[in-house]
Design a protein around this ligand. Structure first.
Ligand code: BGC
Length: 720
C-alpha cells in the first residue's frame, strides 16, 4: 500500500516537472512537494539515505566549518554561515543544511560575519512583561533576523527556573515560576518557529547553576522535579511546539542529561509526545550507545561520539539501524514540520529600525517600578530644572548579558570576545536630555564619589544607573552590585532624597540603600533601545507595568543554598560533585513563603503610576476559571497584571501557594472591567510518583487574586 502511494506521488511530481519550463535530468524528489504529509516526506527521504548520510546528519560539523570544511562538507560544497552549529543534510536530496545560531535575546556573533542584529531586552526582562503577545513579538523578530542572516535553526528558548538567583544565566531564562516561564518561553518559541526556523527550547534539564556545570550531578526527587523545572519545560513544549530540545551539560540523578533515558525518552518523547529531535549542548555528549539509547538524536558541535563511533556501533549491531533511523527521522521531521524545506532562508538585510521599535516596546513592557516615594516619578517634562545623571556608563549606553547569548553591539570590536562586558550604544543620558531640553542635565561617571555627591546635591533630581553583569560559564559570587556601586548609590541617595536608581541587572540584587532611595526602577538588560525605553518610563510617556518574575531576597543567607557549590580544583572530568536540591519544588516565592522568610521584593511585584482595585471574586465550581472586577482608580491609563494563585489541600503536603493564571489588561483612568482568567490545572496538581501522572488532590482549594504574590486581597475557593 505504501509503495503504491509512493509511486503515485513520483508520477505526479514527474508530471509536474515535465510541464515546467526548465526540465532537469535530476531524479525526482517527491518529498519536496509540500502537499505530501510530513511523516510521509520523512519516510521518503529516509529510504534514500545511505548509512554515511545518516551518520552525517546526527552530528555537527563543529566550528571547523567556518574555515576548514570536513570532507563531507567539501563534497557537498557547503560552507557554514558563521553560526555555532551545523548538520549536513544530503544536498543530493535537495534539503538545506541545518545551520544554527545562538539567539537568546537576538542573533549572536553577527558582527564578525559582517552582519547586524537587534538586541532585545534580556529574556528575564521579557518574562517581567508577563505578556504572551510581547513574547510573540520577541520571537517573531528573532526568527526574521535569523532567516535574514541565512540561518534556519535557533538555539534560543532558555527555560531553566531561577532556583538559584546567582546562576550566571538567569538573564537568559524566564524567572522562578513554572507557569510563567513555560507560558512566556512557549509564546516566544511558537512565534519564532512560525518564521520557519527550527525552534529550540533549552537547557533540558535542571541546569540551574553554571559553576561546574559539566561536572555537577543534580540530586532531586521525581515529584519535586516534575512540579518545578520540568513543569516549565512541559508547558513550554505544549505552548511553543519546539522542533528541537537541547539537553543540558549537568547530570540529573546519576546520569548526564544528554544520556538520561528518564528525561529524554520517558518524559519528553513518550509522555509529552515531543516529535522533534534532541540536540546536545555543545560538548554535552559523553557516550555513543548509552546516549543514543537514551534518546539523544544529534551531537553538537562535533562528532566525538555520533560520528565514526556511532557508525561502527551500527555496523557491529551494538546500535540498531532502527535506533539510528529514529534519530534521523526526528531531525528530518523537524526540517519539514518547521517549514524550512519549503521556505529556504534567503539572506537579506536585517531592518534595524523595525528591530529598534520591537526592542524599545519590549523593554517598555519589561521595566519594573520597585519603589516610588511620594510620587517622585514620573518626572515632569517642562518643569524640571536640573537632573544629575550618575554612573553606569549612562553617557554611552546600557549593559548586556554575555556568553553564547551575547549579541554584538555596534561600535565594539571586542563584542564577540568571551568574558568581555558589552554596553549597547543606547545612552539613557541622551534620551533623558531629549525629554527635558529646558533642564540642566549633568553627567558624572560615578568613579569619583565626591563629585557624584556634589552633582546630586545641586540638582533637583538625581538618576543613578547601576549594573550587574552576568555571563554563561560562572555564577555570581553574590547578589550585591559590583565595583563599589552600592557605596556610590548610598552616598548619592543620602545627598539627595529625590534620587531615582535605575538597575541594569540580569537577576535579583540586594539593595542596602533602599530605604533612602526615592525611586527604584528595574530595567534588566535593556537591549538596543533600552535608553529610550527608560526615559519614556521615567518621564511617564509609558506607564510601567512589568512585574518581577523572581523574588528579590533580603540577602544570600535566605537562599535555599547560601553557599553555592563549586567543583573541587583538579577534579577529574565526569560527574565529580553533586548538589542536592532539597528544597524540591519550593522554588522562589514558594521557598520564602514556606520558610517564612521576609523578602526585599516579592515575586509578581511591580508598581504603576496609577492604582488598581480588585473586587467581586467568583471562582467556577471546578476552579478552572476565576472572575473578578478590576478598576483603574488613578488618573492615568495603565496596564495591570492581575495574578491568580491557589493553595492546594493540606493533604497534598505542599503548604505554599502557586501561580495558576494571570491576565494583563490595560485600562483607561477610571475604567472598570470584568475579567475571567483561566487557570492552569497542572499548576494546581501534584505529581503522583506511583501513578506517574499529575493529579488534583481531593479537598478544599483556596484561590487568591491580586497584584502581587504578597498582595492578594480577593480570596475564594472551590472543592474538588
Ligand atoms: C551553551 C548553549 C549554546 C551553545 C552553543 C553552550 O555553551 O550552553 O546555550 O547554545 O553553547 O553556543
Amino acid at each position: 500500500m505504501r509503495r503504491i502511494v509512493h509511486v503515485g506521488l513520483v508520477l505526479l511530481v514527474v508530471g509536474m516537472a515535465s510541464a515546467g519550463a526548465q526540465q532537469t535530468a535530476e531524479a525526482p524528489k517527491p518529498w519536496t512537494n509540500a502537499a505530501v504529509p510530513v511523516e510521509k516526506r520523512v519516510e521518503m527521504v529516509l529510504e534514500q539515505m545511505t548509512l554515511d548520510e545518516k551518520i552525517a546528519l546526527v552530528h555537527g560539523e563543529g566550528v571547523a566549518h567556518r574555515k576548514n570544511a570536513s570532507p563531507a562538507m567539501q563534497a557537498a560544497q557547503l560552507l557554514g554561515n558563521g553560526g555555532v552549529g551545523l548538520a549536513v543534510t544530503p544536498p543530493r536530496l535537495g534539503l538545506p543544511v541545518i545551520d544554527m545560531s545562538d539567539a537568546a535575546y537576538g542573533v549572536r556573533s553577527s558582527a564578525e560575519n559582517g552582519r547586524y542584529s537587534t538586541a532585545l531586552p534580556s529574556n528575564v526582562g521579557s518574562a517581567a512583561s508577563w505578556d504572551p503577545t510581547a513574547a510573540c513579538a520577541y520571537g517573531t523578530l528573532i526568527g526574521k533576523e535569523l532567516r535574514a542572516q541565512g540561518f534556519d535553526m535557533t538555539l534560543g528558548g532558555g527555560t531553566n527556573l531561577t532556583r538559584e538567583p546567582r546562576n550566571g544565566r538567569t538573564f537568559e531564562y524566564m524567572g522562578e515560576d513554572p507557569l510563567l516561564a513555560g507560558t512566556m518561553v512557549g509564546n516566544r518559541i511558537k512565534c519564532e518557529g512560525e518564521q520557519h526556523v527550527i525552534s529550540d527550547i533549552k537547557h533540558y534539564a535542571m541546569n540551574d547553576q553554571e559553576n561546574g556545570r559539566t561536572q555537577v550531578d543534580v540530586h532531586v526527587g521525581e515529584r519535586a522535579m516534575r512540579e518545578s523545572d520540568l513543569l516549565a519545560f512541559q508547558i513550554g513544549v505544549k505552548v511553543g511546539d519546539p522542533k528541537a530540545v537541547m539537553c543540558s551539560y549537568n547530570g540529573v540523578n546519576g546520569d548526564y542529561a544528554c544520556e538520561n533515558k528518564y528525561l529524554l525518552t520517558d518524559v519528553l518523547k513518550k509522555e509529552w509526545g515531543f516529535k522533534g529531535f534532541v540536540v546536545s549542548d555543545w560538548g554535552g555528549t559523553h557516550s555513543t550507545e548509552k546516549a543514543s539509547a537514551a534518546g539523544l538524536d544529534m551531537e553538537q558541535p562535533g562528532d566525538g561520539f555520533f560520528g565514526e563511533k556511532l557508525k561502527a556501533a551500527v555496523q557491529a549491531k551494538r546500535v540498531s539501524m532502527a535506533e539510528l533511523d529514529e534519530h534521523v527521522k526526528r531531525i528530518l521531521w523537524a526540517e519539514f514540520a518547521s517549514g524550512v524545506v519549503d521556505n529556504l532562508p534567503h539572506k537579506s538585510l536585517v531592518d534595524p529600525q523595525a528591530g529598534y521599535d520591537v526592542a524599545r516596546r519590549a523593554e517598555e513592557q519589561s521595566i519594573v517600578l520597585l519603589k516610588n516615594r511620594k510620587e517622585l516619578l514620573p518626572l515632569a517634562a517642562g518643569k524640571l530644572k536640573s537632573v544629575a545623571v550618575i554612573g553606569g556608563r549612562a553617557d554611552y549606553g546600557m549593559i548586556s548579558g554575555g556568553g553564547s547569548a551575547q549579541v554584538d553591539a555596534p561600535g565594539d570590536p571586542d563584542a564577540g570576545k568571551w568574558q568581555h562586558k558589552v554596553w549597547f550604544p543606547t545612552s539613557p543620558l541622551l534620551a533623558l536630555e531629549a525629554k527635558a531640553p529646558e533642564a540642566k542635565v549633568t553627567f558624572s561617571s560615578g568613579e569619583n564619589v565626591a563629585a557624584a555627591v556634589a552633582a546630586a546635591k545641586s540638582a533637583e533630581v538625581a538618576v543613578v544607573f547601576a549594573w550587574q553583569w552576568e555571563s554563561e560559564g560562572s555564577d555570581l559570587e553574590s547578589l550585591s552590585l559590583p565595583e563599589g556601586q552600592d557605596k556610590l548609590i548610598a552616598a548619592v541617595v543620602a545627598a539627595n532624597p529625590r534620587t531615582v536608581v535605575v538597575l541594569e541587572t540580569g537577576t535579583a540584587v540586594t539593595m542596602p540603600w533602599l530605604d533612602q532611595a526615592g525611586a527604584v526602577v528595574e530595567a534588566w538588560y535593556g537591549g538596543s533601545k533600552g535608553g529610550d525605553a527608560v526615559a519614556n518610563v521615567l518621564f511617564g510617556d509609558v506607564n510601567p507595568s512589568g512585574k518581577l518574575p523572581m523574588t528579590f531576597p533580603v540577602s544570600e543567607a535566605d537562599l535555599p543554598h547560601p553557599d553555592l557549590k563549586k567543583p573541587t580544583r583538579g577534579a577529574k572530568p565526569g560527574l565529580s560533585f553533586s548538589v542536592d536540591y532539597s528544597e524540591g519544588a519550593k522554588v522562589g516565592y514558594k521557598w520564602y513563603e514556606a520558610e517564612k522568610k521576609p523578602v526585599l521584593f516579592p515575586f509578581g511585584y511591580g508598581l504603576s503610576y496609577t492604582s488598581f482595585k480588585y473586587s467581586g471574586l467568583r471562582v467556577s465550581a471546578d476552579g478552572s476559571s476565576v472572575s473578578f472586577t478590576l478598576k483603574n482608580e488613578g488618573k492615568r491609563k495603565g496596564a495591570e497584571i492581575a495574578e491568580v494563585y491557589a493553595a492546594i489541600p493540606e493533604a497534598a503536603g505542599e503548604p505554599w501557594k502557586r501561580l495558576v493564571g494571570w491576565e494583563k489588561v490595560e485600562l483607561a483612568a477610571g475604567e472598570s472591567r470584568e475579567l475571567t482568567v483561566s487557570t492552569e490545572g497542572l499548576a494546581m496538581s501534584v505529581w503522583d510518583e506511583g501513578a506517574k501522572r499529575f493529579v488534583m488532590t481531593p479537598g478544599a482549594y483556596k484561590v487568591m487574586v491580586g497584584g502581587s504574590s504578597a498582595e492578594l486581597g480577593l480570596v475564594g475557593g472551590f472543592t474538588k
